[in-house]
Design a protein. Structure first.
Length: 336
């Protein structure tokens, strides 16, 4: 059986990656509808060697599509996801808009695929934030075996998380700096070239950013456990693709280090780098593929149940497009 698929935000960084991932993973697409705003309607994008014209989402008849992969921003999903869902199109939404809605499942297929069945509540499934997805893949096997009391995490996030204009801003600022020209920042709150910015998204009343609170709330929802204390600091770094995370956890029960290594070696979607003196990085390992890499695994010398790790993954792939397409694969395998 084949499915009609609509990609909303088709001209964006994640949208283009979704189109590539559908092709690479041989998703059984019958008709592909590429949707964006009126700004880019009429543009051509290639899929499986064919040229498809981008359509304005305004006025698109979603009853033509079985599955919608949405990645055009929260306010666009707020408007169009219910329209699509009511027309019978199952929406897999890559924005933050529906993630905290208790009726909408928030799914990382390797971690909580079973929760997908709740998609029937609203015909909408939420794809988690990229920084949460890679952390969940690394922590789920340890959580299942020993429980987790607390997570302290600092992220080092690539500019591509903020979209194509953000990628352009880093490139432009870098070139300007090389040419000793003045630099302007429009997308990021401060200069991002050759800098590090401890702010992703806007601030909430508690002094944490929205990106940080996503890591708290999404971890609780995906693992189905609100007792885990999560303390994140999210930071933007001048890297184009691939988020990095320094994660420290305190397990609920004492852990066996060799067993943890074995769990991570057996876990789906992750690769543990154990070679002495080696470790994965966003650019040299994660960027351009779907694996979540773990390195620097070591016992925390300051806490008996503490464990440290370094986790990198391509935020536009496993952090967004690939996870969405994997959800679609689960959906057609088990429900549609
Ligand atoms: P468009 O090319 O028409 O602006 P990115 O995350 O890389 O910045 O991409 C954002 C994606 O979301 C683009 O495909 C963009 O399309 C799309 N988009 C942004 N605003 C809207 C909107 N109001 N309606 C439909 N698509 C939108
Ligand atoms: C970033 N994590 O790196 C963000 C992008 O909630 O889907 C993804 C925002 C989201 O800027």
């Amino acid at each position: 059986q084949k499915y009609n698929v609509a990609v909303l935000g088709a001209t964006g960084l994640v949208g283009r990656q979704i189109i590539e991932t559908l092709e690479d993973r041989k998703f059984p697409v019958d008709q592909l509808f590429l949707l964006a705003s009126s700004r880019s309607a009429g543009e051509d994008i290639k899929f499986r060697g064919e040229t498809i014209e981008v359509q304005d989402v305004e006025g698109f008849d979603f009853s033509q599509a079985h599955i919608g992969l949405f990645s055009a921003g929260g306010s666009v999903s707020e408007k169009y996801a219910p329209i699509a869902a009511d027309a019978g199109c199952v929406v897999i939404d890559n924005t933050s808009h529906f993630r905290n809605d208790f009726e909408v499942p928030l799914v990382v297929p390797e971690v909580n695929a079973a929760s997908l069945e709740d998609f029937r509540n609203r015909n909408i499934i939420a794809n988690p934030n990229c920084s949460t997805i890679q952390m969940m893949l690394a922590l789920k096997p340890i959580y299942d075996a020993y429980g987790i009391d607390r997570i302290n995490v600092s992220t080092y996030q690539a500019v591509s998380g903020a979209g194509k204009e953000a990628v352009d801003e880093l490139a432009k600022q870098t070139a300007n700096l090389m040419n000793a020209r003045p630099m302007e920042n429009e997308i990021f709150p401060k200069q991002i070239a050759f800098n590090v910015i401890p702010q992703i998204d806007t601030f909430e009343d508690n002094g944490y950013t929205r990106e940080e609170m996503k890591m708290v709330n999404e971890t609780h929802k995906i693992l189905g456990d609100t007792t885990i204390a999560v303390n994140p600091t999210c930071v933007r770094v001048p890297v184009f693709f691939g988020h990095s995370e320094s994660i420290n956890i305190e397990t609920r029960m004492p852990y066996d280090f060799e067993h943890v290594k074995q769990l991570l070696n057996d876990a789906p979607g992750v690769e543990l780098i154990e070679d002495e003196g080696d470790y994965p990085t966003a650019v040299s390992d994660a960027s351009g593929n779907d694996t979540v890499y773990i390195g620097r695994l070591r016992a925390d010398i300051s806490h008996p149940h503490g464990l440290n790790m370094w986790v990198v993954s391509d935020n536009t792939r496993k952090g967004a497009a690939t996870n969405s397409v994997q959800i679609a694969e689960e959906l057609i395998a088990n429900y549609l």
